[in-house]
Write a protein that binds this ligand. Structure first.
Ligand code: GAL
Length: 977
């Protein structure tokens, strides 16, 4: 049946959507064209099955990536190209309000914060964008994305409180002004969906919640955002479905989405066609909008402190959510009708500077498909296979649940779906047991029922299809998962995939006996009753050329095991698709006369094979001529192998100089320009202690990083102890000095799970005052608080407003007056508000390139001393321009030593190492910040409690990955002194 305008309107009931579907859109055999910004107007709509973009059904196969977790714009392009090449057609991004705003009214979208540049690169890479600017995002960032200054404002955040909404509107005005210039609808970009808020469950049933969402909706529309809007419901509660709050816009431009982070050790949940439990578990939450998971676990974040504290390390996240997990869980999602599928995270990146929320350390690798060092992992392979499938098999975008069928072995769960227009059938087979299962399954095929023998791996899943087009021919059945079908030049190409060693059978309709040639690998074929059956054991790449048999156009059938399939790269050109095989990555392909120009990466030596439109006879690889010969597969292949990546030698880090710091601890330090702590009221959720001034750092404009206090009192005769209460986030600490003498250090405990359920991380440190200092003279108490991030505010309880810094101080018998010093976040416009805190060295530029350290002592040992010391060195790199080397800084030491290190590369704060907590030892140094062909400045700020020697004993550069190729990397501005 052709989908007509009338039948479509009847289906959706939505007047605004009648323009949406072009006739035949669901049947179109050609692969969907990638997203592009072409300056022309476009339509973005949806119905209950899928997004409908320019009248074509599109399944969005999306990966989450956070621009703010990769502070080097050139590398955005690298990751975006890697996603596109690996079958993703969309990305989803949060925009973190705090990253762009150091103060009310100040919004910065330049340099590493250039959101417009990021969105342009996404469009250039051919990716649709799901934009998620909050205002609240969670995302394991400080305050869940709320700027530090918001903690000092009146009104409850995440409600319809007018003061809060005033700030929100300012943010949305700023971010929407950028977003508006990158909408797909106006042809200026590829943004097709926009999220309001995130996991907003707190006020679902009260007016404040409804008014808040209604306000956000109206504001975003007033700002000119005309793509569909949605909210991300925490775990399919059926919250904020269409109609649950007023939009003043009932034309169906709002859809329902939810997220899911199920345990990988359990069985995948059903939440759509096969779900139960009404709105919560079933398909009824929002029957008129397509299944949409705005976030689905692609790994998991890791807490400070390693295994004994619940942390497992990112390799463990990657192991438990491996390729088989992806197939098992994501295929279940697809079986349940999900047509907008976003995996959180797909590239996690780095929570650099003071970005990490208390729950995480610097690395946000997440165990994602692309690791923090930008390396492809084996998790990309299933994503690549499924991404190409949903894009090149259009039948997939419109599926209904079909009649239940059972496999011969009940250990295999079967989901059966069918396209009501084309008659194609899809089967997801899932095995939740720990042994592979061989079974049979009755398939509905265009040639009648067929009993297919199938192997489903242990705790794995696969997808089978019948009745789909493979170019001009029809696939009757297959026991392997279809990956790709396309027409290149004079031939059709189809790819079926599976695990190495699995038997494959594929039957293709042929009106008469075709000519069949097995070009590569072992396969047998038989023709009977209008069907050509191909059988093979999956191993590498098996090629079967099918000619004639009722079609003028040859079909090249490629049976690819996982490894072989991961080396197949599809590109679109104005003259039609291109398929490249061989290299570790094929980034781009463009046609210039008879030449195809390819860019990409190699790791090992490899051949390059190209299927290109007619007339292409020559190729260039990364701008170098690539001699070719033609093959019987209808392709062109390199005459010699492309070279892999050469060795990347890295220098040792030597020439260290070091110096002690913390002059603030000395009795005679001049603090006359520090802020006097005289406030008596605060908007913090932390109560101000009776009779004491407000000491919370935020109230004095110091929102991130370390903060110093100096207190004066006149008489210490009664002061046998000093009690200092503070609130700092997990891993916070406080150290104190009286008249320059260290009183000691207090550390908040590593978060064993049961502790501090309030999440405020407060403690009172009581220090004994040495007898000799208990005099009736004036005294100075110096206190350094390493304050970690503000809490997130997942429960909409204003928990980001829990104080940070000192909260109360008691010196018996003596009132104390305080001055306070920290960083305002406006000091360094280039590196932004979250880069540096209030250490003396940070305030005076010790972390910056160009700081003159020649008078410092040589060597690196800060010794045993309470306080801060710094060490600095420079190093030069000479990485070949054609090589993308991903380099990290590795720190190691005896784990009993009590100290921590902030790492500054060319002035950029790339993370915090806590030697006796862990687990992170290696810190990614992103190229662009890192000068791979030039000199770099490394500065380490070491904070130690003086109970042990401080380190770090070992500091070295480590190669985390390398490839010949890469993208051009522009240096990121790194101003010095
Ligand atoms: C989700 C949330 C994300 C992130 C994720 C865990 O529930 O929406 O922002 O916090 O959990 O990584």
């Amino acid at each position: 049946m052709e989908l007509t305008r009338r039948s479509f309107t009847a289906m959706t009931g939505g007047a605004a959507l009648t323009l949406a579907l072009a006739p035949g859109a669901a049947q179109a055999a050609a692969a969907a064209e990638p997203a592009a910004a072409d300056g022309a107007p476009h339509t973005v709509a949806f119905d209950k099955y899928s997004m409908v973009i320019d009248g074509r059904r599109v399944v969005l196969w999306s990966g989450e990536i956070h621009p703010y977790r990769l502070p080097s714009p050139s590398l955005w392009r690298d990751v975006l190209q890697k996603l596109r090449a690996n079958g993703y057609n969309a990305i989803s991004i949060y925009v973190a309000w705090n990253y762009h705003s150091s103060a009310p009214g100040t919004y910065d979208f330049t340099g590493v914060r250039d959101l417009g540049l990021f969105l342009r690169m996404a469009a250039e890479a051919g990716l649709y964008v799901i934009l998620r600017p909050g205002p609240y995002i969670n995302a394991e960032v400080d305050g869940g994305g709320f700027p530090g200054w918001l903690t000092t404002t009146a009104g409850t955040a995440r409600t319809a409180d007018p003061t809060y909404l005033g700030h929100v509107d300012e943010w949305l005005t700023a971010v929407d002004a950028i977003a508006r210039g990158h909408l797909y609808t106006n042809g200026q970009g590829t943004v097709v969906l926009y999220q309001l808020e995130n996991e907003y469950a707190a006020h679902i049933s009260d007016a404040s919640g409804r008014d808040y969402l209604a306000h956000l909706y109206a504001k975003v529309r007033a700002d000119g955002i005309d793509v569909p809007l949605f909210h991300n419901d925490k775990g399919r509660n059926g919250y904020w479905v269409p109609g649950s709050f007023p939009t003043g816009d009932e034309s169906g431009r709002y859809l329902y989405a939810f997220d899911g982070y199920p345990s990988p050790s359990g069985n995948p949940p059903d939440w759509g066609y096969f779900g139960s439990g009404g709105a919560k578990g079933g398909s009824t939450a929002s029957p008129q909008t397509p299944g949409f998971v705005a976030e689905f676990g692609g790994g998991w974040f890791d807490p400070w402190g390693g295994a004994e504290f619940g942390g497992k390390g990112y390799e463990e996240s990657r192991r438990t959510r491996d390729a088989a997990y992806e197939r098992r869980f994501y295929l279940t999602n697809l079986a349940n009708g999900i047509k907008i599928h976003n995996v959180y995270m797909t590239f996690g990146g780095t929570s650099w500077g003071w970005l990490p929320a208390p729950v995480v350390y610097t690395s946000y690798d997440y165990g994602a498909a692309i690791d923090e060092a930008r390396n492809a992992t084996s998790k990309l392979t299933p994503m690549h296979q499924l991404g190409e499938l949903v894009q090149s098999v259009p039948d997939f975008a419109m599926l209904d649940r079909a009649q239940d069928v059972a496999a011969s072995d009940p250990r295999v769960r079967v989901y059966h779906l069918a396209n009501p227009e084309t008659g194609a059938h899809f089967y997801v087979l899932r095995n939740d047991t720990t042994a592979a299962v061989d079974c049979t399954l009755p398939l509905a095929t265009p040639a009648g029922e067929f009993t297919a023998p199938v192997t489903v791996g242990a705790r794995d899943a696969t997808l089978l299809a019948t009745g789909i087009r493979l170019g001009r021919r029809t696939l009757l059945h297959t026991t392997a998962q279809p990956m790709l079908q396309l027409t290149v030049g004079r031939q059709d190409i189809a790819v079926l995939t599976g695990r190495t060693g699995y038997p494959v059978e594929a039957a293709i309709a042929c009106a008469e006996k075709p000519r069949v040639t097995v070009l590569d690998g072992d396969a047998t074929t038989a023709y009977e009753n209008g069907a050509l059956t191909v059988r093979a054991g999956l191993s590498g790449l098996t090629r079967v050329l099918i000619e004639g048999g009722g079609s003028q156009t040859p079909l090249l059938l490629l049976l690819a095991d996982d490894e072989a399939s991961s080396r197949l790269w599809r590109h679109s050109t104005p003259s039609g698709p291109v398929l490249v095989r061989g290299p570790a990555l094929s980034r781009t392909a463009s046609l210039h006369g008879a030449t195809i120009r390819l860019t990409g990466d190699t790791i090992e030596d490899c051949e390059v094979e190209i299927w290109a439109p007619r007339g292409i006879r020559q190729a260039a690889w990364n701008d170098r001529h690539l001699p070719l010969r033609s093959t019987r597969s209808g392709s062109l292949i390199s005459r010699t192998d492309l070279p892999g990546v050469p060795q990347v030698p890295l220098p040792e880090l030597t020439g260290w100089r070091h110096a002690p710091e913390n002059p603030e601890s000395a009795a005679d330090f001049d603090d006359s320009d520090w802020t006097q702590a005289t406030r008596t009221t605060s908007h913090s959720t932390t109560p101000v202690p009776a009779g004491q001034p407000v000491l919370f750092a935020d109230d004095y404009g110091f929102h991130y990083g370390d903060v110093w206090y100096r207190g004066r009192f006149d008489d210490a005769t009664a002061a046998n102890t000093v009690s200092l209460s503070y609130s700092a986030g997990t891993q916070g600490l406080l150290m104190a000095w009286l008249d320059g003498e260290p009183l000691g250090t207090h550390r908040l405990p590593v978060p064993a799970k049961a502790q501090d359920t309030q999440g405020t991380w407060t403690a009172t440190a009581a220090f004994a005052v040495p007898e000799a200092l208990r005099t009736a003279a004036p005294h100075t108490l110096s206190v350094l608080v390493r304050r970690m991030a503000h809490e997130e505010d997942g429960g909409a309880r204003d928990s980001h407003k829990a104080a940070r810094g000192l909260t109360a101080a008691v010196v018996p018998g003596a009132p104390v007056t305080w001055r306070i010093k920290g960083a305002t976040g406006t000091e360094d416009r280039v590196r932004g508000p979250l880069n540096a805190g209030g250490l003396y060295g940070e305030r005076t530029g010790w972390h910056l390139p160009g700081f003159d350290d020649h008078a410092w002592a040589s060597g690196s040992a800060p010794g045993r001393r309470q306080g801060v010391s710094w060490q600095r060195t420079t190093f030069a790199l000479r990485v070949d321009e054609q090589v993308d080397a991903s380099i990290g800084l590795h720190l190691d030491d005896d784990a009993s030593r009590a100290y921590r290190v902030q790492i500054f590369l060319n002035g950029w704060n790339l993370g915090q190492y806590i030697n006796d907590v862990g687990p992170q030892h290696t810190f990614v140094l992103p190229n662009g910040l890192l000068r791979t062909r030039g000199r770099n400045t490394l500065a380490l700020a070491v904070l130690s409690d003086g109970t042990t020697e401080a380190g770090p004993a070992e500091v070295s550069l480590k190669l985390l990955g390398s490839a010949a190729g890469g993208v051009r990397v522009d240096p990121v501005s790194s101003p010095g002194l």
